[in-house]
Write a new protein. Structure first.
Length: 77
């Protein structure tokens, strides 16, 4: 396995936390439908008005996830 990539979606505003939690459900559904491996799907509340949802994947699968799901950004995990 190669490097791990963290693909990130930003959700802002008072409903950001609930939206990020719900987005995680869809990320997991996507991996199950296409039988794609991932390391972690989760969310992090950065403050009251900014929450991120993320998925950590192997670098070999990064383009598949990026092209299909259009994350806002990505970083090395």
């Amino acid at each position: 396995m190669g490097r791990k990539i963290k693909l990130i979606w930003d959700f802002k505003g008072p409903d950001g936390l609930e939206t990020a939690k719900h987005h995680c459900v869809h990320l997991k559904e996507f991996t199950q439908i296409d039988n794609l491996p991932y390391e972690e799907v989760n969310f992090t509340e950065l403050n009251n008005f900014h929450t991120i949802a993320f998925i950590i994947v192997d670098e070999a699968y990064m383009k598949t996830f990026r092209d299909a799901l259009k994350p806002h950004r990505g970083v090395l995990a």
